[in-house]
Design a protein around this ligand. Structure first.
Ligand SMILES: [Zn+2]
Length: 449
């Protein structure tokens, strides 16, 4: 008889081996050293360990919000926020062997920040899955503390989306649409009442899109030519744009949203904010990418970026008042100073509110000194606002910009350019500096040549 790949454990029948493994994992600190014993044991354990994972996504601020549980082995992780290390760890679970049971609890529309909290945690969770092959996903939409996904036979939309409707069940499903290599996907409504009340068009289309790897390939699954889905198809033609649009919409709405959760999320946002002088900072790369790739989001949700500028201004105010110490405050310090969270950003709560709006008549941005104080980042912003939103003009580095593509000239910045402008550095163009007092010339560099 050849030696068993399970070593001495091989003499035990499978059931007893599994029981042995489970006992090892039942301890308060599971012993994982057994995973190093042999490849066969490791395979057997991971198959058992990750057979089913339950993911709980709750919308209330005081619960843990994103939890991953393995009932069979009593493993339990709470993931309150994301870091690269956390993402790395949870991206490497063997999802190809795993049934994911994802329970999403209905947000309370009277506390509309809850849908944003859910959105943030779902985006965090789906980021773990983006490179994975997944055996199966079941998304279980559940009622929660008297809230449901429908109310009186109509789908709940916690934050009204302009022009059309984006009910909460579509918002929570959207981040899943970027997943590929999903072998099976099922959605379970909270009740028959919900099943009848809501329009499943977006979810049905999205399910088809995911199972056909639409994100990696093309948006041409079986439903894409069905006239019934005409309005939905375009949302999937540029899925990244649709997700960016939703992110920008929710972030903008958060400025004025009532309720406890919104106040806490605003405080969280202030806590994470950093004074940025250079537009190359990773925090702002994503913002400049939205400006460039998703202009409809700006037009629809924050024309002229007025709300964005008020928010940025408010965060600068806090930083100045705190003598530049606020970026170092731990979360507890923010909680101590703002026990009820951050109030909505209005003229009553934001110092110098009208001054913060770039094109505000009689106030606004008109001083070159503002830019020089706030660094290159504001130079880019001003340049973008001038070329796209009628903000007063500002100096322009003609000789430098001559090397840019038309798109970059239109945007007023190079970040996110696919044609290579991003590789050009202003410091390589001596003429750009020599010409820097030539404030009056806004002619197209093409014509100057
Ligand atoms: Zn370019």
């Amino acid at each position: 008889m050849p030696p068993s790949p399970f070593g001495q454990l091989g003499v035990l029948p499978l059931e007893l081996r599994l029981e042995t493994y489970e006992r090892l994992f039942w301890k308060p600190t599971p012993s994982v050293s057994i995973l190093c014993c042999s490849r066969a044991i490791c395979e057997e354990i991971t198959g058992r360990l990750y057979d089913t994972l339950d993911i709980e996504l709750t919308p209330s601020w005081h619960s843990s919000r994103l939890e991953i549980r393995c009932k069979a082995l009593r493993l339990h992780w709470e993931i309150p926020y994301s870091t690269p290390a956390i993402r790395d760890r949870f991206s490497r679970l063997p999802y190809h062997k795993t049934n994911l049971q994802i329970h999403i609890y209905a947000p309370d529309p009277h506390d509309p920040g809850q849908i944003i909290l859910l959105w943030n945690n779902i985006r965090n969770f789906t980021s773990f899955l983006e490179a994975a092959t997944i055996k199966s996903i079941t998304i279980d939409l559940k009622e929660h503390k008297g809230s449901d996904w429908q109310d009186a036979g109509r789908a709940v939309e916690s934050i009204p989306y302009p022009g059309t409707r984006q009910p909460d069940h579509n918002v929570v499903f959207l981040p899943f649409c970027r997943l590929c290599n999903v072998k099976s996907l099922r959605l379970v409504p909270s009740s028959r009442r919900m099943d009848r009340a809501i329009d499943w068009g977006f979810i049905n289309y999205g399910r088809d899109f995911i199972l056909n790897n639409g994100y990696e390939t093309y948006n041409d699954g079986p439903l894409s030519r069905d006239p019934h889905y005409r309005d939905v198809v375009r949302l999937f033609d540029d899925l990244d744009g649709t997700i960016r649009d939703m992110q920008f919409f929710l972030n903008t709405q958060l400025d004025l949203l009532p309720g406890y959760t919104a106040a806490q999320l605003r405080l969280c946002r202030a806590h994470c904010w950093r004074p940025v002088l250079f537009p190359q900072d990773p925090v702002y790369r994503d913002f400049f990418a939205t400006l460039r790739n998703c202009p409809r989001a700006i037009k629809l949700h924050d024309p002229g970026l007025e709300k964005f500028c008020i928010r940025d201004w408010h965060h600068w105010n806090i930083c100045h008042e705190a003598d530049w110490q606020s970026p170092k405050w731990p979360w507890d310090e923010w909680r101590r100073r703002y026990p009820r969270g951050m109030p909505p950003l209005s003229p009553e709560t934001v110092l110098g509110y009208w001054q913060a709006i770039p094109s505000s008549p009689g106030h606004g941005w008109k001083n070159r000194g503002d830019i020089e104080r706030n660094g290159e980042y504001h130079f880019w912003m001003w340049s973008y606002l001038h070329r796209n939103w009628g903000q007063q003009s500002i100096m322009r580095f003609r000789f430098f910009e001559r090397e840019w593509c038309t798109d970059c000239r239109h945007m007023g910045f190079q970040s996110g350019c696919e044609k290579g402008c991003e590789r050009l550095s202003r410091f390589d163009f001596r003429e750009a500096w020599e010409d820097s007092d030539d404030e009056g010339d806004y002619s197209d560099p093409e014509l100057v040549l």
